[in-house]
Design a protein around this ligand. Structure first.
Ligand SMILES: NC(=O)c1ccc[n+]([C@@H]2O[C@H](COP(=O)([O-])OP(=O)(O)OC[C@H]3O[C@@H](n4cnc5c(N)ncnc54)[C@H](OP(=O)(O)O)[C@@H]3O)[C@@H](O)[C@H]2O)c1
Length: 265
C-alpha cells in the first residue's frame, strides 16, 4: 500500500510531491498521484520518476486533497469508499465541516492554507485540526507541509486571517516590488538594473528578518539615521497611509475568505 496519495497533480500537488521527495520524507515508490488530465500526468511522470501516476484513486495510508475548491466535493466523493487513515486538504476556502460531511464518518481531517512560494520550498502554511484529528495527525500534517516551508497551527476560524496575511501576502510583496522597480526607473535607473536592485533588496530584507532574530521595527529603526534619507522616505510612506493600507488589505482578504467559506457547497 502507498504511504501517501496526492489527489490533484497541479501546481500545489506537484510542489508538495517535489518537497516530500526532496526532503526524504518518502521514496518515489511510496507515493501515488491522481490527476485527471493526461498531459499533466505525463509531465508528472517525467518530473518524478518512480512515482505512480494514475487517473483514479487507489488505497494509501493517507490522502492529500489538492484540487481547486470547485472540484473538492467531487474529489471527496471519489475517495469516500476507501477510508484513508488521514486526510490533509490544501483546498482554499473549503471548511473542515464540509470536508468531513463529504468524506467518510470519523475522517481525520487536517485543513491547511499554504501559499505560492511552496513551488520553491519556501511556503508559509497554517493548519487546523478537524473534529476527529488527533495530535498525531497534526504532527503528520506538519511533517508533510514542512517539506515545502514553515508551518503554524491555528484554530480553524483563524485560517481566514492567515489567508489575508500569508495566503495573499506574496501578491502584496510583488506589488511593492513592481512599484519599487518603477520608482528606480523614475529616478533614472535602467529598468533591468532597477529590477536587480529591487529583488536583492527584498531578498536581503527578508533574510535579515528571518535570520537576525530582530523585530521588523528594530531592523527598520537601525537603518533610519536621524534626519537621513531613509527617514525622509519613511515619512512619505507614513503620510501616504501605507501602514493603514496594509491593515485594510489583510482584513479585506480575510473577509473575502470568510465569504468564500460561507458559500462553499
Ligand atoms: N497554487 C498555489 O500556490 C496554492 C496556494 C494555496 C492553496 N492552493 C490550493 O491548492 C489547491 C490546488 O491548487 P493548484 O494551483 O494546484 O490547482 P491546479 O493547478 O488547477 O491543480 C489541480 C489539478 O487537479 C486536477 N483535478 C481536479 N479534480 C480532479 C479529480 N477529481 N481527479 C483527479 N484530478 C483532478 C485538475 O484538473 P483540471 O485542470 O481538469 O481541473 C488540476 O490538474 C486549490 O484548492 C488551491 O486553492 C494553491
Amino acid at each position: 500500500m502507498y504511504r501517501l496519495l496526492v489527489l490533484g497533480g497541479g501546481r500545489m500537488g506537484s510542489a508538495l510531491l517535489g518537497g516530500l521527495l526532496r526532503s526524504g520524507w518518502c521514496a518515489a515508490e511510496e507515493v501515488a498521484i491522481v490527476e485527471r488530465r493526461s498531459e499533466v500526468r505525463e509531465l508528472i511522470d517525467d518530473r518524478f520518476p518512480g512515482v505512480t501516476v494514475m487517473e483514479r484513486p487507489v488505497a494509501a495510508d493517507a490522502l492529500v486533497v489538492a484540487v481547486k475548491p470547485g472540484d473538492a466535493r467531487t474529489a471527496c466523493t471519489l475517495v469516500k469508499d476507501r477510508g484513508y487513515g488521514r486526510v490533509l486538504s490544501v483546498v482554499a476556502g473549503v471548511p473542515i465541516a464540509k470536508l468531513e460531511e463529504w468524506l467518510w464518518d470519523g475522517a481525520a481531517v487536517v485543513r491547511a492554507m499554504p501559499n505560492t512560494p511552496a513551488l520553491l520550498g519556501t511556503s508559509a502554511s497554517a493548519i487546523a485540526a478537524g473534529s476527529s484529528a488527533t495530535e498525531d495527525d497534526l504532527v503528520w500534517a506538519e511533517a508533510v507541509l514542512s517539506s515545502i516551508g514553515v508551518v503554524v497551527r491555528l484554530p480553524e476560524h483563524l485560517l481566514d486571517a492567515a489567508t489575508g496575511l500569508s495566503g495573499s501576502g506574496p501578491a502584496y510583496i510583488f506589488l511593492v516590488a513592481e512599484a519599487l522597480v518603477e520608482a528606480g526607473v523614475l529616478e533614472g535607473l535602467d529598468r533591468e538594473v532597477s529590477r536587480v536592485l529591487t529583488v536583492q533588496t527584498i531578498l536581503g530584507a527578508a533574510k535579515m528578518l528571518a535570520e537576525s532574530g530582530e523585530s521588523a521595527e528594530a531592523l527598520r529603526s537601525a537603518v533610519t539615521s536621524p534626519g537621513g534619507t531613509t527617514a525622509s522616505a519613511l515619512r512619505v510612506l507614513e503620510r501616504s497611509g501605507m501602514r493603514a493600507a496594509f491593515l485594510d488589505a489583510v482584513s479585506a482578504s480575510a473577509e473575502k475568505s470568510r465569504e468564500i467559506g460561507r458559500s462553499a457547497s
